[in-house]
Design a protein around this ligand. Structure first.
Ligand code: TXA
Ligand code: MG
Length: 347
């Protein structure tokens, strides 16, 4: 086993050792099918508190609790599971769907940021499942980045942000989906989508019928103008060092607008996050391809990694091509709008 700045780096064959640390109330980051998470025993107040310290996360931003077996949900929530909840679980677990329900007294307030509700998901990644199962615990795990930074999709990102701040990092390859789980609130009478993610809005409504969309999901306005139900959505998010400008609207007009912006920022080091379809069009700037417009899954895998790459290359200004907000596009645009801190240009 390697160690970087005192943080143990575990390989897949060392899951047992990683699980032991979690059982001792320590912090261990691990891969999931969405992004890397930073885990701790969800029912251990001191352990959970150290997650907030390591990430520099505001204490009122609640954590998602991860379980390895569907049955464990009942041990965390109040009352019986409704038919809606059962249907969601049988369709999407394990997978990138987080369900918010009323919590029971066993769950400490630190874990839920003081809320009476708890967010729970069963991840799909074999390493995550094996790790959680080995601990025989429920594991609270926010994304394993410093608060405010783009979420980690490679173990390198976790090491860059958290080595020296956490006890262990369980290494895995690049995470598949690349944006975080969908968060849906079923603690009230009507289901509300709080954060779009790996499970699309269309997939949710197929199962639930009508689902309200929290105003923060479209995220075109700064949160000062909105009431955030999902407390996490009101903070600075997914922000690289560089300034980000997002150009969205009519697809055919986006490249021309970006060219104009490149000209206007000629004194700076400009990078363009482009789709494959338009990437050859931009000159004299650093261009990185997100993927093809016809393959949103490819784009979602890449966006956070590319934002970090631009930073590593000392880019000052990242100009990003917007996408239609359908399917995974809703989650991708939600993250891009936030990383642009609402600097959005509509064409
Ligand atoms: O894919 C994911 O969900 C990743 C991986 C590691 O599982 N985790 C993740 O956690 O994205 P985090 O902490 O970065 O984001 C959790 C989101 C925040 O927006 C938070 O406000 C919301 O879930 N959330 C958690 N508990 C909640 C609750 N009780 N009510 C409303 N929103 C909640
Ligand atoms: Mg996060």
């Amino acid at each position: 086993m390697k160690s970087i700045k005192g943080t143990k780096i575990f390989e897949r064959s060392e899951i047992k050792e990683a699980a032991n640390l979690l059982q001792q109330g320590k912090l261990v980051a691990f891969p999931t099918e969405t992004v890397y998470g930073l885990g701790a025993n969800a029912l251990d107040e001191a352990a959970v508190r150290s997650i907030f310290t390591a990430k520099g996360r505001p204490a009122d931003n609640p954590l998602i609790v991860h379980i390895a077996k569907q049955e464990e949900l009942k041990s965390l929530v109040k009352g019986e599971l409704t038919e809606d909840v059962k249907r969601l679980i049988s369709n999407f677990w394990p997978g990138p769907l987080t369900i918010v329900l009323s919590k029971n007294a066993k769950v400490p307030a630190v874990t839920t940021g003081g809320l009476e509700t708890i967010a729970v998901r069963m991840p799909q990644h074999p390493v995550a499942l094996e790790l959680i199962e080995a601990t025989q615990l429920s594991i609270a795990a926010p994304s394993a980045n410093l608060s405010g930074k783009p979420s980690p999709t490679l173990v390198k990102h976790v090491i860059d942000d958290l080595a020296g701040k956490v006890d262990g990092i369980l290494a895995g390859g690049q995470t598949g989906i690349g944006v975080e789980s969908t968060v849906v609130d079923l603690s009230q009478v009507k289901p509300v989508l709080l954060r779009p993610g790996g499970v699309t809005y269309e997939e949710l409504t197929d199962i639930l019928g009508k689902v309200e969309i929290d105003p923060t999901v479209e995220a075109k306005l700064s949160n000062d103008d909105q009431q955030a139900i999902s407390p996490g959505m009101k903070y600075k998010h997914y922000s690289p060092q560089a300034e980000v400008i997002l150009v969205e609207g009519r697809t055919e007009e986006i490249p021309t607008k970006i060219k104009e912006l490149i000209g206007a920022h000629s004194a700076q080091k400009v990078g363009v996050m482009a789709t494959k379809e338009f990437s050859n069009y931009y000159q004299d700037v650093t261009v990185k391809e997100m993927g093809s417009r016809s393959n949103l899954a490819e784009i979602s895998t890449n966006i956070f990694k590319l934002l970090r790459e631009f930073d590593a290359e000392g880019i000052d200004e990242i100009i990003v091509e917007g996408l239609p907000v359908e399917g995974l596009g809703l989650a991708i645009m939600n993250r891009l709008r936030k990383s642009a801190a609402y600097q959005i240009i509509e064409v």
